[in-house]
Design a protein around this ligand. Structure first.
Ligand code: ADP
Ligand code: MG
Length: 709
């Protein structure tokens, strides 16, 4: 047996177990060793049966007997019962509706049961307890005081996993395990080595051991991501690039022409970019700013610096920019705004999307654009005549060849994977500068980890004079008065977004289907019961891209008054007239996400309103939601989310591909910084990890799987 041995080669595994293992991505010994308990049952919290009282929630251990199923009362509810006996006494347990639970337990075996003590006809019993087989050895509290509870999945019990882990430990395999994390790092941060950590995390004798082990694995997870990111960064930083020699003075003229005064944050970000442009190596920078914080103006200034620079050793022509947007509609919008920014300059701008190409200025109409053929466009891009090419992912197709591509801008960066990003920048021999832009507010620790290969610029200040979104937290009984307010606004010609709740489902395809259904049903309900006089349409991720684009276009053209959409689908358009947004099931969202959703109504000149509908009356939840009324920006809310909500609630594994432990690490800025520092030290000294064969192997095989989409 070694770490890569398949579990089914060494253990007898039923079909149901095999399916369950597959669902949680476990096939080898190593996978199972890295499947960690989420918590531990503490034997000291166990209640002896003789001392249980009515109304208490208790945890008991004992042997089960007398299991039988029957139909209860006259109502014919299925029912099961049994008796648990420990060394002090016995208690009856009863399940209603869940008779199948009894079948999962073997008569005469040791069990752990948790539930509330009830009394009926003078006798105590526990109804609908959580029950589980436990190893006999656990009943001897001296051997193990902490019993691991693994994340539950249908078909696999904690007990089964626990037994297998024991067998693996007994096989001496741990003696062969080498720790990839250098000894010196372990010592610096007082982390246990791998062997000890595995033992401590699965079979801790005391709480501190479990904690130390968890800390180590949390560090490990972040450290490997950092190593991988820092490697990417180093590779990038070694390449040649275009030196763009612009000073602050050279661009003041351009900035002064803006129809507004640039914010200090915008100026600072522009400075960061100009500084990068001077370096011999390519920029790779992430520009993070809330919706409406003015990222486009910053991007336009970067483009200006590039488009007014000449290729090396040449006194004609210009350097080029590729600007990639996530949707066709957005690409068109950027094309329009760039025309406004550049129309006083002799700079050619073009648009390429799946449905056609455009160029500005047009020969016939110097103030406007004209349609051109794709062939013509590709020719002009290749000859260097087009200084700025804006488009969707069509930009990364092979056929698009630039003459002097010096800057790549990726808007809404999280939509593009690292691979796509790499594809764009590796189109030419000399590596272009990269500017990624995102409006997704994420905590600093997450940014440092997942965007560890990028430098960070924050637009943490909103332009002056921006209308504030009037945000209301609406509890169920106040729904109707909100609908009345919305009707008043609709009557004056405004438009409304209705965002349907997030639905958490282990199976993503099923989740999308449920979400689509909730959108359809809510649209029907609104039409029938609330807004019969208005045009309502829907948008969800099960729709085809063309259908989506059509609905968005219709909304923009005001053929639709109310757009009911899921939270997962980016509306991706600027509809200035849409000044109203309703978010349903708000308690299911993080604050940062709510903030981002409401950002959609910030675009116009009308007073925007956001109605956050919560289905709960829980004072705590309402209190949490209220933070959204006072926070200054999305970053604040993202940090707030991180502190306030449990790691699990941040949907770490789903959104970022992190484990729960990894998410715990993300809460700890010191740990993230330490992992980052150590990774930088190692990669700076030895980029290919030739001195660290174990780290190298771990990075290549176990591979940190990061999901950007
Ligand atoms: P985002 O960061 O969401 O991409 P945009 O760049 O689209 O934001 O800017 C949103 C709006 O704010 C645009 O209409 C833009 O012209 C305007 N804007 C940008 N910067 C400023 C500023 N400093 N003062 C006032 N308005 C600004
Ligand atoms: Mg934008």
């Amino acid at each position: 047996m070694d770490l890569d041995t398949r579990l089914k080669e060494v253990f007898r595994i039923s079909e149901a177990q095999e399916r369950a293992l597959k669902r949680i991505n476990i096939s080898s010994i190593k996978d199972l060793l890295y499947y960690f308990p989420t918590r531990y049952s503490n034997a000291t919290q166990v209640t002896k049966i003789a001392s249980i009282h009515k109304g208490e929630y208790v945890l008991i251990f004992g042997r089960i007997s007398g299991l039988k199923t029957s139909k209860a009362f006259r109502k014919k509810i299925s029912m099961a019962e049994g008796v648990i006996t420990d060394d002090t006494g016995k208690v009856k347990i009863v399940w209603f509706h869940q008779a199948y639970l009894a079948k999962m337990i073997t008569e005469g075996s040791f069990v752990k049961a948790e539930g509330k003590v009830t009394e009926r006809r003078g006798g105590l019993y526990i109804s609908n307890p959580k029950i589980e087989n436990v190893p006999d050895l656990f009943t001897n509290a001296k051997i193990h005081t902490l019993y691991p509870i693994y994340p539950e999945t249908k078909g696999l019990t904690s007990n089964w996993i626990y037994h297998k882990i024991h067998k693996i430990f007994n096989s001496q395999i741990l003696d062969k395990i080498l720790d990839p994390i250098p000894q010196s790092i372990l010592e610096t941060y007082k982390l246990p080595d791998l062997k000890k950590s595995l033992i401590w995390i699965h079979t801790p004798k005391k709480e501190e051991h479990a904690q130390a082990a968890r800390k180590r694995f949390a560090f490990e997870e972040i450290f490997f991501i950092q190593l991988e990111r820092q490697q990417t960064r180093q590779e990038f930083k070694k390449r040649d690039t275009f030196v763009i020699d612009k000073k602050a003075d050279d661009i003041t003229g351009f900035i002064e022409r803006f129809p507004f005064k640039a914010t200090d944050a915008q100026k600072k970000c522009i400075e960061d970019i100009l500084k990068d442009f001077h370096a011999k190596h390519p920029m790779s920078r992430l520009l993070e700013g809330d919706v409406g914080s003015g990222k486009t103006a910053v991007a336009a200034t970067a483009v200006y610096a590039v488009a007014t620079s000449k290729p090396k050793n040449q006194d004609f022509g210009t350097l080029q920019t590729a600007y990639m947007a996530p949707t066709e509609i957005l690409a068109k919008q950027h094309f329009e705004s760039f025309i406004k920014y550049f129309k006083h300059l002799p700079i050619n701008i073009a648009l390429i999307t799946g449905s056609g190409c455009r160029k500005f200025p047009s020969k016939l109409n110097p103030d406007g654009w004209t349609d051109i053929s794709r062939t013509q466009l590709l020719k002009w891009v290749a000859s260097g005549e087009i200084a700025v090419l804006i488009g969707t992912h069509t930009l990364i197709q092979k056929a698009v060849k630039f003459k002097h591509l010096a800057l790549v801008i990726v808007d809404e960066q999280h939509r593009f994977g690292t691979a796509q990003r790499q594809k764009l920048v590796s189109k030419t021999e000399v590596t272009p500068h990269l500017l990624s832009m995102t409006a997704t507010p994420i905590p600093r620790t997450l940014a440092l980890t997942f965007y560890g290969d990028l430098d960070l610029s924050l637009l943490d200040e909103m332009p002056l004079g921006r209308k504030k979104i009037i945000t209301e937290i609406v509890t169920p009984e106040r729904r109707n008065s909100s609908y009345e307010k919305i009707k008043e606004e609709l009557a004056t010609g405004r438009q409304l977004y209705v965002i349907c709740p997030r639905i958490d489902e282990p199976d993503p395809t099923k989740e999308l289907a449920i979400q689509a259904k909730s959108v359809q049903e809510e649209a029907k309900r609104l039409k029938k019961e609330v807004f019969p006089d208005y045009e309502i349409d829907i948008l969800h991720s099960k729709m085809k891209p063309v259908e989506k684009e059509k609905v968005m276009q219709d909304f923009q053209d005001k053929k639709i008054d109310i757009l009911v959409a899921t939270s997962v689908v980016e509306v991706g358009v600027n509809v200035e007239n849409a000044s109203l947004i309703v978010i349903e099931g708000a308690e299911r969202f993080g604050l940062a996400q709510l903030h981002q959703l409401r950002g959609r109504v910030l675009r116009g000149t009308h007073q925007p309103y956001c109605f956050i509908f919560a289905d709960t009356k829980s004072a705590k939840t309402i209190e949490r939601l209220k933070a959204i009324k006072t926070a200054r920006n999305g970053f604040e809310l993202a940090e707030f989310d991180l502190i306030q909500r449990g790691a699990g609630e941040l949907r770490g594994s789903k959104q970022w591909g992190l484990s729960d432990l990894g998410m715990e690490a993300i809460k700890n800025i010191k740990m993230v910084e330490a992992a980052r520092r150590e990774a930088i030290n190692i990669i700076d000294a030895d980029m290919t990890l030739s001195q660290f064969p174990l780290l190298k192997e771990q990075l290549n095989t176990h591979s940190v799987q990061i999901h950007f989409e």
